[in-house]
Ligand binder design. Structure first.
Ligand code: SF4
Length: 288
């Protein structure tokens, strides 16, 4: 899931896990509406659904050791044997690239990358199926981002995990995703297989995000240049909410809100210039 800061990505993630309660709507996991679960059912569901938070500094309680931080979800879910908890914590520490010496250390004694590894271990200790990764590398130094991303990719494969990986950066998402949803002002404006989306983005906003990725030569990769800010969420414009930033906007964009529709091969986009009435490309005059 990709989009600029403030577009609603984290709100969506927290709603899915019921860390916040949305005013309306539903969130279904394997057909069950998470928002209607009672306390016991929610606890059981949380075994299967976990989260890695953005900021490894604030998401770990500073007075708890690594052993306590990683093992606590097991205690919450009824594991009473401290020996087995320790055994599982040590095993997981190794899997995330830390060693058993770390057991008794506190968060401030770790680097940012190591702290995020602890956050990942904590999320995985209950053997979940589905993990929401809420901008897990954006607070890390560039030098350790690739290491943590590679770790997450290998854990995804070895543990057969499904991730909802959230980022504001399309270049980060590329390395870990199969399918990408692009969000703008709380709505999905494009959804496609990764290769299709990078090769042939359909929505002008996606083109703008791609255009913001610097190339090795220091130039933008084409696409369009995003300018201006998203409108106030409480004062949504009529029609398409991207129209005040869209170089291809037409009159219809002011009147009608575009629906998310299939523009070919399961590639979904919410833009009037796509699909049956569009020509499947933004006019070149609009390009920068
Ligand atoms: Fe731009 Fe119109 Fe498409 Fe919205 S619907 S993205 S304003 S062309």
């Amino acid at each position: 899931m990709v989009g600029e800061s403030g577009c609603g990505k984290s709100t969506l993630a927290h709603s899915i896990l019921r860390l916040i309660r949305p005013d309306s709507g539903s969130a279904r996991y394997r057909g069950r509406d998470i928002l209607s679960l009672n306390r016991t059912e929610l606890l059981e569901m949380r075994r299967k659904m976990q989260i890695v938070f953005q900021d490894p500094y604030s998401s770990l309680a500073p007075h708890m050791t690594a052993e306590k931080l990683i093992g606590d979800p097991l205690r919450v879910h009824g594991c009473r044997s401290e020996a087995s908890i320790r055994e599982m914590v040590v095993k997981l520490l190794c899997e995330v690239g830390l060693d058993a010496d770390c057991l008794h250390r506190f968060p401030h004694e770790f680097s940012g990358g190591q702290r995020q590894r602890i956050g990942i271990a904590r999320a995985l200790i209950l053997n979940p199926e589905f993990v929401v990764c809420d901008e897990p590398v954006s607070a890390l130094d560039v030098s350790v981002r690739a290491q943590v991303l590679n770790l997450m990719r290998s854990l995804q494969i070895s543990k057969k995990l499904t991730y909802l990986f959230i980022s504001h950066d399309l270049s980060v998402v590329k390395h870990i995703s199969d399918r990408i949803a692009v969000m703008y002002m709380g709505k999905i404006v494009e959804l496609a297989d990764k290769w299709r989306l990078y090769a042939n983005p359909a929505h002008p906003y996606t083109k703008g995000l791609l255009g913001a990725i610097p190339s090795l030569q220091g130039r933008r990769r084409g696409g369009i240049s995003l300018s201006g800010d998203a409108p106030d969420a409480y004062q949504r414009p009529s029609g398409c909410c991207f129209r005040n930033r869209c170089p291809a906007a037409e009159l219809v964009c002011k009147i009608e809100e575009p629906e998310l529709k299939d523009v070919g091969h399961g590639h979904m986009a919410a833009c009037h210039l796509q699909g049956p009435r569009g020509d499947e490309s933004v006019p070149s005059a609009a390009m920068v």
